[in-house]
Write a protein that binds this ligand. Structure first.
Ligand code: 1HN
Length: 347
């Protein structure tokens, strides 16, 4: 074969066009982009500042009723994934507002959700017939396919961060959703029931593991904070993470949710952590304090209730200018279950 280069190119193009008509494509043109040497999604380090989003959320409160919206949420979209409702490649995040007197009607879906309370005390979310009362810093779970509705009978707005596995469920094409047909599910258990049953280092004597999600669906901040404080008194921080704990399902010791890992870490004032990277892109929200985080070449200055995201395999270093507490979540359970998770300490 001794064709001129431009002749070769045009014959190939004509061939590729015929392939496309039969829903075929040549792997040799896409292989390098499909199987990369390292994670290379478009996901980019980014930050959303609370005062700015809060103002926009309140504006949304005046423009759209909760009945119309179903959930009044501003979606945090990674700047590289505009229009795709994802903050990382696999996870969704949004800020939700429930105004005084409002009810967000009951529905259920196969997507799992976490709520991390940013502002407001005394609103509630109901799951499994039990209401849980929200305080700033609480981590609350809505398991897959459980009815859930929210209400706010306090005089103040409540704002929380939603984290869902929407892009994961989308990738698997396994989304189902339905409405209860009533605004609220019947309340069948008193406030605090599941915490007493499952969240007190005790389990009901005949409890058998069932379901993939922690039966403790609310992890109050007061308890989490106290544990971190005690750890600080008792020993040295981890060089990469400070005092970092993961939320667990007390029945299994595994992550609290099947698809989303959640963490809380205390960074003492002045601590500069050593560089660390992992394959689980992570969404952070500071609960207390101030600092900055280096994510690859990006430097993000943060204070309480901001939200920022670190992509997969980006090098992360935190610097706490005051005592700081960070909540974070990622898709680590999925990566560990499939043998994909990698992490590296770089110092
Ligand atoms: C949802 O059900 C809630 O129940 C929040 O509060 C955000 C985003 C996408 C799909 C369902 C909620 C959601 C959502």
């Amino acid at each position: 074969m001794s064709a001129r280069p431009d002749e070769t190119a045009s014959r190939r193009q004509e061939f590729y066009d015929r392939l496309a008509q039969r829903n075929l494509s040549p792997l040799w043109l896409s292989l390098a982009a499909l199987v990369t040497k390292q994670p290379s999604s478009g996901c980019k380090a980014a930050v959303w500042r609370y005062p700015e989003i809060r103002a926009l959320l309140m504006e949304a409160g005046g423009l759209v009723s909760v009945e119309e919206a179903e959930r009044r949420v501003l979606v945090l979209e990674n700047p590289m994934f505009a229009g795709q409702s994802r903050i990382t490649t696999s996870l969704y995040a949004g800020l939700q507002l429930v105004l005084p007197g409002e009810r967000a009607r009951s529905h259920r879906h196969t997507q799992s959700a976490l709520r991390f309370v940013l502002e407001g005390t005394g609103a509630y979310t109901a799951v499994g017939g039990e209401r849980t009362v929200m305080h700033p810093g609480d981590f609350i779970i809505t398991p897959s396919w459980e009815w859930h509705d929210h209400g706010n009978d306090t005089p103040d707005p409540v704002v929380w961060l939603d984290g869902l596995d929407i892009p994961l469920v989308q990738a698997l094409d396994a989304s189902f959703m339905e409405h209860l047909g009533a605004v609220e599910q019947p309340v069948t258990r008193p406030v605090g029931d599941s915490l007493a049953r499952y969240g007190s280092n005790l389990l009901p004597v005949d409890h058998r593991a069932s379901g993939l999600t922690s039966p403790v669906f609310s992890y109050p901040y007061a308890r989490t904070r106290e544990a971190l404080e005690t750890l600080r008194r008792n020993g040295e921080p981890d060089p990469c993470h400070g005092y970092k704990m993961r939320f667990v399902n007390p029945v299994t010791g595994g992550f609290a949710m099947p698809t989303i890992a959640t963490f809380m870490q205390l960074l003492p004032r002045g601590l500069a952590t050593q560089p660390y990277r992992s394959t689980d892109a992570t969404v952070f929200t500071p609960v207390e304090g101030e600092g900055r985080t280096h994510i690859g070449d990006t430097v993000i200055e943060w204070s309480a209730r901001d939200v920022f995201v670190a992509p997969s395999w980006a090098t992360v270093r935190h610097e706490a200018t005051g005592d700081a507490v960070l909540f974070s979540f990622s898709d680590r359970p999925v990566q560990q279950a499939t043998g994909l998770f990698r992490e590296e300490r770089l110092s």
